[in-house]
Design a protein around this ligand. Structure first.
Ligand code: XMP
Length: 311
């Protein structure tokens, strides 16, 4: 792939489509939406409004990270806090696809409102090839796929969608990110799914349960920082199990699964052979630092038959 040519072609294409109009994009802090942000910024400058929907399902400190990562590029990220809308939409839902649909619907409603408030008529999205394939195969509802499955964003939500990286798989998106001048903290960042921690929370998504899984994800990311892997994270299982606290009292507590996989393009994945030392450190930190956790498991399943995320 000729990265420079790709960048030039996409910048030209975005500028041709948007013309003298306004565009908006939702930046998540992942490499896909980061690339789209910079391509759009190069193409139409300040006529691109970049928003970050703070949905309450992101990693720890994510809004702060995104604002400071894009400031050097002259991109002003507008944070829109919509925690309550997402928790309300997800309340009581346990079925995975229903959760994904509730997320997607709330995401586009919030984004649709941001689009209308901004006066933009185009939405730039970081959809990549793997997202399209998985959704078309019916494996799961990716949050950012609309037109490919017959939902008209113009009629449904009020904007036209531009997807500059829809033909690329993750490794090429990373190359484009590096060529655009992004630091490795973004260009090499582990993928994080659009529906965020909701994909790592089996059972009901509540602020309390998300707080537990957020802290566990943070610990796993910290303890595996130097390890070569496509993704390392934690998930909160729906069930609970019996444990015993240091004071000898019994607790029926949370079960956290730790998942660390190697993959090229997320279409298939293999579990990573973490050292016993790393695994024990993760277990010890999770059980000591997060109250109410009674068990920590390490997952061995490749993709297929499992998917990478838990819903
Ligand atoms: P699965 O769980 O399908 O994940 O094996 C494959 C890759 O995609 C990420 N993922 C998502 N990314 N929106 C996204 O932007 C989504 O709805 C979504 N679901 C999964 C996942 O983290 C992995 O890298």
């Amino acid at each position: 792939m000729d990265v420079q040519r790709f960048i030039e072609a996409q910048v030209q294409e975005i500028s041709r489509i948007v013309g003298g109009g306004k565009a908006i994009n939702a930046l998540s802090g992942g490499v896909d939406s980061s690339v789209v942000t910079l391509l759009g910024h190069r193409a139409v400058g300040n006529r691109l409004e970049t928003v970050f929907l703070d949905d309450g399902l992101m990693r720890d400190q994510e809004p702060e990270f995104v604002v400071s990562a894009f400031a050097p590029f002259g991109v002003n990220v507008k944070i829109i806090r919509v925690h309550d809308r997402f928790f309300k939409a997800l309340k009581g839902i346990e079925e995975p696809e229903e959760k994904r649909k509730a997320f997607r619907d709330t995401f586009y409603k919030c984004l649709g409102e941001a689009v209308r408030a901004s006066g933009a008529t185009f939405l730039l999205q970081g959809t990549i090839k793997a997202d399209i394939i998985e959704t078309q195969k019916g494996v799961k509802t990716q949050h950012n796929i609309l037109e490919q499955i017959g939902i008209d964003p113009q009629a449904g939500y009020g904007f036209k969608v531009i997807e500059p990286v829809r033909e690329l798989f993750k490794p090429d998106v990373r190359k484009v990110a590096a060529a655009l001048g992004m630091p490795p903290s973004i260009s090499q960042r582990m993928p994080f799914p659009g529906p965020g921690l909701a994909t790592r929370c089996l059972g009901e998504v509540t602020p309390e349960r998300i707080a537990v899984v957020r802290q566990a994800v943070k610990i796993v990311e910290e303890e595996t920082a130097g390890i070569k892997a496509f993704q390392c994270f934690a998930a909160l299982l729906k069930d609970q199990a019996t444990g015993v606290k240091s004071d000898g009292s019994r607790q029926f507590g949370h079960i956290i699964a730790v998942r660390c996989v190697e993959s090229e393009d997320a279409m298939t994945a293999q579990p990573v052979h973490l050292s016993w030392e790393v695994l024990r450190r993760i277990e010890s930190r999770i059980t000591h630092e997060i109250s109410g956790v009674s068990r920590v498991l390490y997952e061995l399943t490749p993709k297929p038959p499992a998917t990478i995320e838990y819903i």
